[in-house]
Design a binder for this molecule. Structure first.
Ligand SMILES: Nc1ncnc2c1ncn2[C@@H]1O[C@H](COP(=O)(O)OP(=O)(O)O)[C@@H](O)[C@H]1O
Ligand SMILES: CC(=O)N[C@@H](CCC(=O)OP(=O)(O)O)C(=O)O
Length: 286
């Protein structure tokens, strides 16, 4: 690795200061999940950056998925993973596993790791205090929830008490039934309800690319109209479609800065938030 001189380190810190000031005391929602969350070393590095932001006074809210973890557990118990338009078809047996894996295994592992890195974290899911209220999205998807309302009180209380809230993407219908929610959707709705300064979705690709095989084709910023055009042209495809839709929804709901970045790049969150250049795709209204 190339040596960084003390003068360069000092310049990096000086240049970051205005951004630190800008984000101080502001709410930043980070969506973490997918393949960017599977590697343990990487996970530790991402969480260390979240702890650092928390320690310098940014109100970080971590919303997580865990699709690969759910898939592994379904495999272990002999259940199949089925998707319809990027959403998991969730029958009752699958929902039990989703809740166990997300609110149990993944959530508690993240909280535990944040704690070990010096962060004060609290693990929640959308069922706690009726935080994520849903209705059934469609009969075909089974227990997949469409969000009808976010009750942000518990998040505000957790932040006011100095915690990093770590929230898994499960909702309730208010009648005792748990529902599965795509984690990007949950993050965008939560960011909107909190009127967050910023939402960052971490994935395992650099952002939105004209050609996903070629990193030099990254779109550094995209307007809502450009997103529509690229989706119509089939350039934004597959798992990127719902991810980008959540970003534009968050902008529509008043979130000021919205990014998709590569969570496998060392210090990706810090580079995006605290440098002029950033590194992923930023979404803007126009
Ligand atoms: N234009 C595009 N730019 C970048 N990635 C794209 C694009 N179109 C489709 N994709 C695909 O979308 C994937 C990201 O979605 P997904 O795998 O669902 O993310 P995650 O698992 O992080 O939630 C990328 O790895 C890539 O294969
Ligand atoms: C309805 C639906 O599809 N829910 C997702 C929830 C987890 C998730 O979104 O995880 P990632 O962020 O890791 O993809 C699922 O069951 O996989």
């Amino acid at each position: 690795m190339q040596e960084v001189s003390n003068a360069q380190k000092a310049r990096i810190l000086r240049d970051a200061l205005p951004y630190i000031r800008e984000y101080y005391g502001k709410v930043v929602v980070v969506k973490y999940g997918g393949n960017a969350m599977v590697n343990e070393e990487l996970r530790k590095a991402v969480l260390a950056d979240i702890v650092l932001l928390h320690l310098i006074g940014v109100k970080v809210v971590l919303v997580h998925g865990g699709g690969p973890h759910i898939k592994d557990m379904l495999n272990q118990v002999g259940l199949e993973s089925k998707f319809l338009n990027g959403l998991r078809v969730t029958d009752e047996a699958t929902m039990k596993i989703v809740q166990m894996v997300l609110a149990g295994q993944v959530n508690k592992d993240l909280v535990n790791l944040l704690g070990s890195l010096g962060g004060k974290a609290i693990g929640l899911c959308g069922i706690d205090d009726d935080m994520i209220q849903v209705k059934k999205q469609s009969d075909e998807l089974g227990l997949v929830g469409e969000i009808t309302h976010i009750n942000p009180e518990l998040i505000h209380d957790s932040l006011a008490n100095g915690y990093i809230p770590v929230i898994s993407s499960i909702g309730t219908d208010g009648k005792g039934v748990s529902y599965n929610i795509n984690a990007d959707t949950a993050a965008a709705e939560i960011a909107g309800a909190l009127q967050a300064e910023c939402m960052i979705s971490l994935t395992n690709i650099d952002g939105v690319l004209r050609n996903p095989e070629d990193p030099s084709t990254l779109f550094h910023s995209l307007t809502m109209q450009e997103v529509q055009k690229l989706t119509d042209e089939g350039i934004i495809a597959g798992g990127m479609i719902p991810k980008v839709k959540c970003c534009t929804d968050a902008i529509d709901c008043g979130v000021k800065r919205v990014f998709i970045i590569n969570g496998t790049v060392p210090h990706a969150i810090l580079i995006e938030m605290l440098t002029e250049e950033g590194l992923g795709t930023m979404f803007v209204k126009q």
